[in-house]
Every structure is written in structure tokens, then in C-alpha cells.
Design a protein. Sequence first.
Length: 621
Amino acid sequence: MNAIPQVQPVLDDIDFENAQRGFIGTIPDGEIRDAKGRVIWSMADYSFLDDPQPAPTVHPNLWRQARLNMAHGLFKVTDRIYQVRGFDIANVSFIEGDTGVIVIDPLTVAETAEAAIALYRKHRGNRPVSALIYTHSHADHYGGARGVLDEADAVARNVPIIAPRGFMWHTVSENVIAGNAMMRRGMFQSGLSLPKHVCGQVDCGIGKGVPMGTGTLIPPTMSIEQEVETHVIDGVEIIFHLALESEAPSEMFMHFPGLRALNTAEIGVQTMHNLCPLRGAEVRDARVWSRYLDEALDRYAPTADVVFAQHNWPTWGNERIRHYLRQQRDLYKHLHDQTVRLMNHGLTGVEVAEAMKLPPSLAQEWANRGFYGAISHNVRAIVQRYLGWYDGNPAHLNLLPPEQSGPRYVAYMGGADALLDKARTDFTRGDHRWVAEVTNHLVFADPSNEAARMLCADALEQLGFAAESSTWRNAYLLGAQELRKGPIKLRRRHVSRDLVSVLPLELLLDYFAVRLNGEQADGECMEIEWRNPETGECWAMRLENATMTYLPGPARGKRTACVSLGREGLAALQAGNDGLPATFSRLAEEGVIGVEGDLAGVVRWLGMLEEFEPMFNVVEP
């Protein structure tokens, strides 16, 4: 079980050629503004990456990836296929059909999507959108929908909006139920509030960063249900292949046989991906992920001249395509199999992460490097998928929370001054992992200890400078920044109005249930019937034992009230700025939401639902 020595990738500048291949045009500095004139995206902030010589504060391999992701504008992939890259963390792809253009993945926000399709139309003509395809259920692949398509126009022209099976459910469940915690953790993953600088955020591995704009969603009108389905969309034959439980729980990739092109969505990009991102998500299945890549290699690669994805740049040439898919396939299968092997020898996730190295044949490939995911946290995700959070050691079964353990660690180490003296010595020796760990105990014991905060920040910063993974770098550096300056001030952020407006009632009730303050609800008992006249949904919600439960259909017992609301009511309820109870009361008075029965009881219950603080502490108590 000896670790394989780490291997550096081979030098191959074909990636720089591919990242620029087919370039048609762009906008100055890739700068995009919102309706109020505020800059929400600009590549000018990354001008320091023009220097081919890596800065000493950035891992050389990450510097290379960051420079590759600087390419921005409209690119021709092959006949009838175009992409806008570098306007967002993701790519938007345009497939020219017989009557219009098929749009694949309209980016994260409406502003970047609108700028992308405007650039496409400037160079390719004012083609109407003839279909909209969402490859999977992550916000950077659907959030700009209204930037490329007006929903009323889509309905009038019967424009198909296509998504994989389970898309709406997983879109809402991931972005709403745990959305607040995921957003805060996502700031560390993307380095959202870090300056763009050689000592700050330089990249996100799969793209430059996350834009701050208007998230939107137009619900799908067509779902890909079977494992493989072939459809002709606006004269273009598309083979849709489901890839469920891979990079997203609802995902698919596509083959265009007539165009000899394969779109791998996000199961094959130019970096090692995440099996569980630092922001949090359901753990992905590395075994089936590899199987999907194997199926793409077997079924579609023989008739493909280009493989392109919804991040990074394409790969051209059949031989290179086959090699690329084999390498990506074996990357995820190797991580899976070797992690499970070591796990069955009794190693814990932390121990596997310390031991695991890729074999030279995989490690030497640039697209297998951990610029976004990382071997260390990916193998721990595999262990988590099979065995859960507990490592089997009873001493770790019921650990004290850091607010309680921190003071005791400090006391056992001889007090704050003694701990700091030892940590400073270790820092000068370059033992930054250990220094970050021990000084963080002191921060949790005494967050006012400025020397502890600064030394912990210094250690985290050095770890960030050395990280090959962009997400690890961003997390380390944002942790250092918050120890030095505190978290940034951020107004309370709500879930996208569009997303809430299309919530199935069951998921709306799920969202309300996780906001219920159990102590305030103790002793309350009521049954509220919820109806959406537009969809025909009806759910009976019961509150008792300080717990919300709900079943489909009308109320079973004595009904407290019946609430009726459709898309307008859902959106208006989310948009209110005066608190949920007051907003609900106002909308009921205005008739936007219908209430039969005890309105005061419903409002009292709504008052038990908490609002979440978006900028909760992470690196300190």
C-alpha cells in the first residue's frame, strides 16, 4: 500500500491552441454590466495573467489553467456549432438549426446570457431561439434562461425547453432546501469576495469565477426520460444520453451524429472534477460517472471529430478525443476503486486522502489535474458515499464542538502564549498545515486574540499559495481574509424569485419545514391545506409535536385554513422585504393569495419560520 510518487503533467501546448481555435470576436475586456450600469463581469481584473511566468504566490500548474481560462468571446467549434466562453464560469453553446438557433445552457445569470447571445447574433445573424436545452440541474447552466428567451414568446412559438429526467426536482432541492448554507460555503469555493490578484483569486478551474447578476429559470417543457433518446430538433439530430447521479443528480450529455460532434456537458471537462464540492452537495458516484464516459467513448467517439463541454475548451481530432475520454474515464474509476480498496484495508477517509496518488499514466495528463476537484477531498467523498461521516473510531463518535474543544486544546498546550510560541517556530519551518490547525483552536477559544488570528491567517495564506486546486486556494485565502478583516457585509439574499415561482407545493413545504423553529412551535397544532389552482396540486400540511408533515390531497382532520396560490403568489411571497408573516398578510388582503379560514393562525405559524443569516461565521465561533 505504498503511495505512488506524485508526477507532473507532460508539457503539451495543444491546449493553448485549442483554447483560441475558432475565435471570431469578443467585447472589450469581456465587460458586462447590469441594468443599473454596475459591472458584474470583467476579464480586465485578470490582466496580471497576461504574464506567462507564474507568480510565486500561485501554483505553476494553476497559473497555466488560469491563463487558459482567459480566452473569452465567440468561438466556432465546427460547422453549425458555436460557443461563447469566458463570459461566465460556464460556456453557452449555440447549435444552428434550420429555422433558428438551439441554445445549450444559458449561463448563470440573465445579464451574461444576454451579452453572449448578442455577441453570437452580431456575428451570425439575428436567429431566433428554436430550442433551449439544460444539460443539468446546476445554476450556472440554467440561471440565464431569461437572458436568451422570453417565456411568453417561447409559449407562443412552442419553443421546446429540454432537460434531463428529474431536473426541476433536483434544481429546487439543491438550491432551496440547503441554499443558504451552500451559498456561504460556495463563497469559499469560488473566492467570491477575494480580490482578483496574484495573492487572491486567480481562477475556478472550470472557469474564471461566478458572476453577480439576476438568476432566472424557465421551466422545461420536455423531459428526457429514457437512458438514450434520439430527437430531431430544428432539423438537427440529437442523441440525448442520461448521466444521472454523475456530476449532477439530473444530467445528460449529447451526440450530434450529423455534425460529428459530442457534447460531454460537465462529465468531461479539462480538469479533475468534484465528487463532492467544497460548497456541499450530494456525493456523486465516481463508478457510474466513469461508466458514462466509457459509454460515450464506445458509442459516440468513433463518429466524433470534436468533443466540447459546458466548461473550458474543446478537443479536436478523433485520436485525441479517444485518448481524452479514456483518461477521464480511468481517472474517476481509479479514484473509486483504489479508495474502496484502501477503505477495505481499514484506512479512514483522512488516511486514504494522505496516501492516494494517481499513477503516472493518469497524473501526466493536464485534464486529470485537480484544478477544480482534488484527489484529497474526492477520495474522502467516496468513503463518505459508502461509509458515511463516522470513521469507525469510537473516540471520534461524539467529538466536542470547536467552541468547547478549543479552550481545552489551548490549556493542554500550556496556554495561549505557549501555543503561539510553538506555532511560530513551526511556521518558520514551513509546517503550515499544522500551524493552521493549532492556531484555529486558539481562535475558537478566544476569537479576540489578534496574534492567533493573524498567525492562523498567515498559515492559511501559505497553504493557498501552494495549492494546485483553485477551490482549495480560494478557501484558504478567503479564510485568511476573514480572519484579518471579518466577513464582508452582504444584504440578506433570497432564493431566486423565478425558482420559487415554479416550486412544486411539496418542495415549498419542505423549504418551510426546515425553517421552522421547533421551540416556538412546541404546543401548536393546526392543519393547513395548500392548493395551486394552476397545477392542480393539493397538499395537507399538519403541525404538531413541533414538526411539520404533509401528504398529498385535502386536509384529513379539522382544517385551520386553506391557502391558494399560483406562480404570481409564490413569486410575490418570495419578493417581500417586510418579513414572511407581514408579506403574506398583505398579499392575502390584495387577493394575490387566497385564504379560507383562520388567516391569523396561518400568519402566527409563518412567524415561527426563521430567516437565515447568509454570512454566518465559518473560521471563528
